[in-house]
Design a protein around this ligand. Structure first.
Ligand SMILES: NC(=O)c1ccc[n+]([C@@H]2O[C@H](COP(=O)([O-])OP(=O)(O)OC[C@H]3O[C@@H](n4cnc5c(N)ncnc54)[C@H](O)[C@@H]3O)[C@@H](O)[C@H]2O)c1
Ligand SMILES: O=c1ccn([C@@H]2O[C@H](COP(=O)(O)OP(=O)(O)O[C@H]3O[C@H](CO)[C@@H](O)[C@H](O)[C@H]3O)[C@@H](O)[C@H]2O)c(=O)[nH]1
Length: 323
């Protein structure tokens, strides 16, 4: 039996493929390479280039590799881009995923693990945010993820598909052994700040300085990508053992501000990173910090819960990419 990883050539998917290989699991990789890079997938892992919403292709992969679990990372991921292009986001994230879930059901796939996001909480009024908090996204990206969550619950009730919905907070860092990292283009804060440290940007913009947070900039719960891959393995083991369906936050339970991140980037890299105050960015909630009792109860024991370590691993990767 094999695990199909969609979006496997992307940032988190490529770390998941490594984690599965490290644990001796059979994995198959699918990515349309719209953003991801073929080189991100280890040569030994079977790779298919195509769309996760292509029912014919996915059915063939499921049959040829005896896929019993799909871990679905493929999707469009940028909050500001979703504000500018909502229909593109609903097409890729909702319409495409609907087709994938239907193929899973038709082909008898047992389990589906879905990349959701803290963005489903919108401007949450509690911190840290428990999974039971009212869901009220404030941007199309968050809505697209929430729609898929609902589809999964309804499909599970009707057809018995097992699911784990994992709501990631801000994923960051890189494989500690240097085998993978964030190669896909992104406006994520740590990537942008490291580009400035490398001299590839003159400065970084700080979007908004008047949020209701201790230093006026947004708070985020930065979670190491390898710890996140580990959380998926726990969810998979739980479902395999016949455990109930899961909806769980994945974060460490504490936040860092934009200014904290910049200060840590300066400390880790030894470079002066210039910041410029800029207006708020559309669709940004002030604070997103996980209540993580659920994933901890599953046995999650994070290894890299430290912003300096996260940034150090990312810095090692960025310097390697820069050649
Ligand atoms: N990075 C984060 O902080 C974060 C936080 C919360 C949730 N997520 C979710 O995690 C998942 C992975 O995110 P990432 O950071 O690795 O993004 P990424 O852009 O690096 O990877 C996504 C991959 O999916 C591929 N892809 C996109 N649409 C596709 C399609 N229709 N068919 C096949 N392949 C397709 C892209 O080529 C890319 O390789 C996404 O679903 C994202 O919404 C990410
Ligand atoms: O050049 C920059 C880039 C970002 N920020 C700020 O830094 C914070 C983090 O932004 P970013 O790294 O872009 O991540 P988010 O917008 O928080 O979204 C990420 O984290 C979400 C979960 O919390 C995921 O759902 C998304 O896919 C993922 O992009 C926000 O306050 C931004 O306004 C800046 O000030 N300057």
């Amino acid at each position: 039996m094999a695990v199909l990883v969609t979006g496997a050539a992307g940032y988190i998917g490529s770390h998941m493929v490594l984690e599965l290989a490290d644990r001796g699991e059979a994995a198959v990789a699918l990515d349309d390479l719209s953003v991801g890079r073929r080189e991100a997938i280890p040569g030994a892992t079977p790779f298919y280039e195509g769309n996760a919403g292509d029912a014919g292709l996915v059915a063939r992969i499921v049959r040829d590799h005896a896929v019993d679990t799909i871990i679905h990372f493929a999707g469009s991921i940028s909050v500001p881009e979703s504000v500018a292009d909502p229909l593109g986001y609903y097409l890729n994230n909702v319409v495409g995923t609907r087709a994938l879930i239907e193929t899973a059901v038709r082909q008898g796939v047992k389990r589906f693990i879905f990349s959701s996001t803290a963005t489903v909480y919108g401007d949450a009024t509690v911190s840290p945010i428990p999974e039971t908090t009212a869901l009220a996204p404030i941007n199309p990206y968050g809505w697209s993820k929430l729609m898929v969550e609902q589809m999964l619950r309804d499909t599970a009730a009707a057809h018995g598909l097992q699911f784990a919905i994992l709501r990631y907070f801000n994923v960051a860092g890189a494989d500690p052994l240097g085998r993978a990292g964030q190669s896909t283009p992104t406006g994520h804060l740590i990537k942008v700040a490291l580009a400035a440290a490398l001299g590839r940007r003159s400065h970084i913009d700080v979007f908004g300085q008047d949020y209701p947070t201790p230093d006026g900039t947004c708070l985020r719960d930065y979670v190491h990508v390898s710890d996140l891959a580990g959380a998926h393995m726990l969810a998979l083991a739980h479902l395999r053992d016949g455990g109930g369906n899961l909806t769980l936050n994945c974060g460490y339970g504490h936040g860092s501000s934009v200014r904290d991140v910049v200060a840590t980037v300066r400390a880790v890299t030894g470079q002066a990173v210039e910041t410029r105050d800029a207006p708020r960015r559309d669709g940004d909630p002030a604070s997103l910090i996980a209540a993580n009792g659920g994933i901890l109860a599953l046995g999650w024991a994070p290894r890299f819960d430290d912003l300096s370590t996260i940034i150090r691993h990312a810095w090692t990767w960025e310097r390697r990419l820069a050649g």
